[in-house]
Design a binder for this molecule. Structure first.
Ligand SMILES: C[S@@+](CC[C@H](N)C(=O)[O-])C[C@H]1O[C@@H](n2cnc3c(N)ncnc32)[C@H](O)[C@@H]1O
Length: 300
């Protein structure tokens, strides 16, 4: 519901819509460091953060680089919101010549060895018109077909960021759990399988973002320029288990199945006995709800 003319919009409500339009939810530093150690783990010297926000991943990259011999990493980054950009740069985390103020999707990104970040999860219909057009253009360029307009900006971010990667490079991104099942992401899965030699997805049951109602996964894409037919799916009970690399459950899931819309990643989280019941007696005694009614996801 929009405010009546002359009504002062409370700060809390303005903040909510600002967050919705820019996707400004920041990552916890421990998770950022674990991801940074992984992306730099093959000796990367240059890295890109597509939407650096308060700089959690830039700090993590510097901390991870310091832990290894050599201690240096050259970091490039973009940020859309001028106030956020200025605040981050005032702490000298990025050389201004390596920073882009504006839409990441409009940036002719330099080639790097590593990509890391947590892109905005903004529905195309909530993005500014020019950003929405660029998001559609980037997706069409990489996927060879138009992206569904019901999708979200994180997907063209993945494609544009991966384009910046040198051969053999690594990418680690925090992405919405939707990646595992939404229809608009199916072409992305096929693209990822044809663009990387190794794919891993980490799901943490405990929330990495305690302040928002958004389930996330971490995508680890290794060896840019290679190919793979499966994604390793690790489920962790807690952030601590994630940090210690101790999954509760691990499985290899076929990219063809995920890209084909079989919800294979969702099924991979279910116990074998439940799957046997779902595919056996329950399947015989029921019909899929979608065969009787249509669902529309969104808000009014
Ligand atoms: C989910 S936050 C993540 C910030 C930081 N990467 C982190 O993990 O803490 C998303 C950030 O993307 C920025 N942003 C939104 N749209 C953008 C765009 N089109 N280009 C660059 N940055 C964008 C927001 O201002 C926000 O700082």
């Amino acid at each position: 519901m929009s405010a009546l003319p002359g009504t002062i919009v409370p700060v809390a409500r303005r903040a909510v819509s600002f967050q919705r339009q820019t996707g400004a939810y920041y990552t916890c530093p421990e998770a950022a460091l674990a991801m940074a150690e992984w992306v730099l783990g093959n000796g990367a010297r240059t890295a890109l953060e597509p939407s650096f926000g308060d700089g959690a991943f830039v700090h993590a990259l510097r901390a991870a680089a310091e832990k290894r011999a050599g201690g240096e990493v050259e970091v490039f980054g973009a940020e859309l919101v001028a106030e956020t950009y200025d605040k981050a740069l005032s702490t000298c985390i990025l050389d201004p010549s390596h920073a882009h103020l504006g839409d990441f999707l409009a940036w002719d990104v330099p080639t790097v060895d590593a990509v890391i970040g947590n892109p905005p999860y903004v529905r195309l219909r909530n993005a500014a018109k020019d950003q929405c057009s660029r998001a559609l253009a980037v997706s069409a360029r990489e996927l060879g077909a138009p992206m569904e307009t019901g999708g979200s900006v994180w997907m063209p971010f993945v494609l544009h960021a991966a384009r910046a990667l040198a051969s053999g490079g690594r990418m680690a991104l925090v992405l919405p759990f939707d990646l595992t099942y939404v229809r608009y992401a199916r072409p992305l899965w096929r693209w990822l399988g044809a663009a990387f030699g190794g794919l891993r997805l980490a799901r943490v049951h405990q929330r990495i973002f305690p302040e928002i109602l958004q389930d996330v996964v971490v995508l680890y894409a290794d060896r840019r320029g290679g190919q793979t037919d499966h994604v390793r799916f690790d489920a962790f009970a807690s952030v601590d288990d994630f940090l210690h690399g101790s999954p509760l459950h691990r499985s290899d899931v076929s990219i063809a199945a995920v890209g084909g819309g079989e919800r294979a990643l969702m099924r991979a989280l279910l116990p074998c006995e439940l799957l046997a019941d779902l595919d056996g007696p329950l399947a015989r005694a029921s019909v899929p709800v979608r065969s009787r009614c249509a669902f529309n996801i969104g808000y009014v």
